[in-house]
Design a protein around this ligand. Structure first.
Ligand SMILES: Nc1ncnc2c1ncn2[C@@H]1O[C@H](COP(=O)(O)OP(=O)(O)OP(=O)(O)O)[C@@H](O)[C@H]1O
Ligand SMILES: [Mg+2]
Length: 308
C-alpha cells in the first residue's frame, strides 16, 4: 500500500498539499512560497519511498517456514548492495539476520501454543534495514519483526547459556558476539500490509566505515519542516491514525495519544518516555525517531490499553 501523503492524512500548517500537483498554478504563487515549494523533493523521492542510502527504510516480508533464514540472507545482501560495505562486515550482517529470522519460528510456535487466533496475512515476520545516525557517522540497523510481543518491554531478550554440548541455544549468542553487544529488542508494529500488527522487533547494528557510504550521505536532503511532515506520515502509516498536530514558528506539537505528546523544536524532537524520562533525538534521523516514538506508544498501550 502506498503510504498516505501529509495532505491525505490531514495535512498541517507546514504540510505540502500542493507539492507535485501538476495542476497547481505555480506562477500565481508569491515568490517565497514558490521558492519553498521548489525545495521540496519530488514525490518519488519522499522519505517513505527512499532507499536506505537516501535515509529510507528497506522492508520485506519473511516466509513463515524454514526458508525464512535464507530469505533474510538474500534481503540483507539486496538492501546493502548500494553501500560499499567491506565483505567481512556484510558476512557478519548476513549471519546475524539469518539467526534473527530463524528465531521468528519460535515466536510463531509460541503464538500457536498460546491458542491465539490465526494471524491475518499481514501478520507475517518482516526484515527492516536502515541507516541510523547523522552526518557521516552511521550504523546499519537490521531489525526482524514478529507478531509475538514475547519479551516484556525493557527486559533483555532471552539469551540462554547453552551448555557446551548443546546443538541449539546459540543464535542470540552469535548475534551478541558479532554485533559487539549492539543488539536488543523492542515493541513495535509491522510496516507492510494494510493492517499494522503489534509485535516486537529484534535488532542488531553494525558501524559502517564512512568510506563505505555514498558521497551524498550526510548532506542535508530534507528541511526540518518537511521531515516533521514525513514523521507524521510514517507514524500514521504504522497505524497511529489519530495524531493531532499544531505548528508555530518552527515548533510542532504532535499529540499521539492521551499519554504521549511529541515536541519538535527546529531539528530536535522530544517526548516523555513511559519511564518518565525526557527523550531528545535528532529529527534528521527520522526513520529511527519514528521507530522510537512508536515503541514508546506501544509500551504505553501495553501498560494501559484503555487510555491509548
Ligand atoms: N523472536 C523470538 N521470539 C520469541 N522467543 C525467542 C525469539 N528469539 C529467541 N527466542 C527465545 O530465546 C531462545 C534463545 O534463542 P537462540 O537463537 O539463542 O537459540 P535457539 O533458537 O533456541 O537455538 P539456535 O539459534 O542455536 O538454533 C530461544 O530458544 C527462544 O526461546
Ligand atoms: Mg535461534
Amino acid at each position: 500500500m502506498r503510504p498516505p501523503t501529509p495532505a491525505e492524512s490531514g495535512g498541517s500548517a507546514l504540510g505540502s498539499p500542493a507539492a507535485g500537483d501538476p495542476l497547481l498554478p505555480v506562477g500565481l504563487l508569491g515568490a517565497p512560497v514558490a521558492e519553498a515549494l521548489a525545495f521540496l523533493p519530488d514525490p518519488a523521492e519522499r522519505l517513505a519511498y527512499a532507499g536506505i542510502s537516501a535515509g529510507g527504510c528497506f522492508a520485506r516480508p519473511l516466509p513463515i517456514d524454514t526458508t525464512c533464514a535464507a530469505a533474510a540472507r538474500r534481503f540483507f545482501r539486496e538492501a546493502v548492495s548500494s553501500l560499499a560495505i567491506p565483505s567481512g562486515l556484510v558476512h557478519d550482517g548476513v549471519t546475524m539476520a539469518s539467526e534473527l529470522a530463524a528465531n521468528t519460528l519460535h515466536a510463531q510456535r509460541n503464538v500457536a501454543a498460546a491458542g491465539t487466533r490465526q494471524r491475518s496475512a499481514a501478520g507475517v515476520p518482516e526484515i527492516w534495514l536502515y541507516l541510523r545516525g547523522t552526518g557521516r557517522s552511521r550504523e546499519l540497523v537490521c531489525k526482524v519483526f514478529d507478531t509475538e510481543r514475547g519479551w516484556a518491554p525493557g527486559n533483555r531478550p532471552g539469551m540462554s547459556d547453552a551448555p557446551p554440548d548443546s546443538v541449539s541455544g546459540r543464535g542470540l549468542q552469535v548475534v551478541a558476539g558479532l554485533s559487539a553487544g549492539q543488539w536488543g529488542c523492542h515493541l513495535s508494529r509491522s510496516r507492510l500490509g494494510n493492517w499494522k500488527v503489534p509485535g516486537k522487533a529484534v535488532w542488531f547494528s553494525l558501524r559502517i566505515p564512512p568510506a563505505a557510504l555514498p558521497d551524498h550521505v550526510g548532506r542535508p536532503r530534507y528541511s526540518p519542516d518537511l521531515l516533521v511532515d514525513e514523521l507524521e506520515v510514517m507514524l500514521a502509516d504504522r497505524g497511529l491514525a489519530s495524531i493531532v498536530r499544531a505548528d508555530l514558528d518552527g515548533i510542532s506539537v504532535l499529540s499521539i495519544s492521551r499519554h504521549l505528546t511529541v515536541w519538535r523544536h527546529g531539528t530536535e524532537v522530544s517526548w516523555r518516555s513511559p519511564a518518565g524520562q525526557y527523550e531528545r533525538v535528532d529529527l534528521m534521523d527520522a526513520v529511527d525517531v519514528a521507530e522510537q516514538i512508536l515503541c514508546a506508544h506501544e509500551e504505553m498501550a501495553l501498560a494501559d490499553p484503555v487510555a491509548v
